[in-house]
Design a binder for this molecule. Structure first.
Ligand code: ADP
Ligand code: MG
Length: 224
């Protein structure tokens, strides 16, 4: 599903260049549940953004589902993102003026599906994450854990092959984090590849494979 070969990434800030990813090699198979650990500044988000085709790399190669992801037009990049990838963020990224159902339905709006139809489908996905009763509620009426489940439902509605989550439990207490991780495990059991960036060992321990980034290098991987 994911194949990275000798990926390097630099940021230039003013007159000096920051080497953020250093010859990263990584193979992730279809259906894996993987965590990427590492301290703040180690390059986790940079790596995830490259995998999510939100950012470009400077050298090496990235193949997603056997397609070389390099120098894509913005249109082509958006097409691959929509087709393959669901994103989950620490801060949920829900629209505050839309209720839970409308937030979940949003990806279908961009696919030109009618309001009636997309709301029916959105309710099905809210049901899958245990929030059907909350469909008409606004994000500020939901707890952090509920908001993250809404954002997971919104990611799933596009039927992605790959879920990329950047610190998805970073804003949640430990019990809620465990519930959200259990939801990711269920999602993974459906056959969806799930990649979770975290700096918490408890979270990483709930995945099947742990990758550690230290100063832009892949340091170790451990399989369960
Ligand atoms: P992590 O997610 O592991 O905390 P990041 O990938 O966000 O790490 O950042 C890795 C390094 O790259 C950090 O030193 C950060 O300051 C730097 N960095 C991240 N994004 C940019 C950017 N857009 N421009 C310049 N430097 C950046
Ligand atoms: Mg980060």
């Amino acid at each position: 599903m994911i194949s990275l070969k000798n990926i390097n990434k630099y940021y230039s800030t003013g007159n000096h260049e920051l080497h953020v990813l250093k010859d990263v090699n990584l193979e992730i198979g279809s259906g894996e549940l993987v965590s990427i650990m590492g301290s703040s500044g180690s390059g986790k988000s940079t790596l995830l953004n490259i995998l999510g085709i939100l950012d470009a790399y400077d050298s090496g190669s990235y193949h997603l589902d056997n397609t070389l992801i390099k120098s894509l037009s913005e249109k082509k990049a958006a097409q691959y993102r929509n087709e393959f990838i669901g994103f989950i963020f620490q801060s949920f990224h829900l629209l505050g003026y839309k209720n839970a159902m409308e937030n979940v339905a949003l990806p279908l709006y961009y696919r030109g599906i009618s309001r009636k139809k997309r709301n029916i489908i959105a309710r099905e996905y809210l049901d899958k994450v245990g929030l059907l009763d909350w469909a008409e509620h606004m994000p500020n009426e939901l707890s952090g854990g509920q908001q993250q489940r809404v954002s997971i439902a919104r990611a799933l509605i596009s039927e992605p092959k790959l879920i990329l989550a950047d610190e998805p439990t970073g804003a949640l207490d430990s019990q809620t984090s465990e519930n959200v991780m259990n939801l990711f495990r269920e999602v993974n059991k459906l056959g969806i590849t799930v990649l979770i960036v975290t700096h918490e060992h408890d979270i990483a321990n709930m995945t099947d494979r742990q990758i550690t980034l230290i100063d832009g290098k892949i340091h170790e991987t451990s399989h369960v």
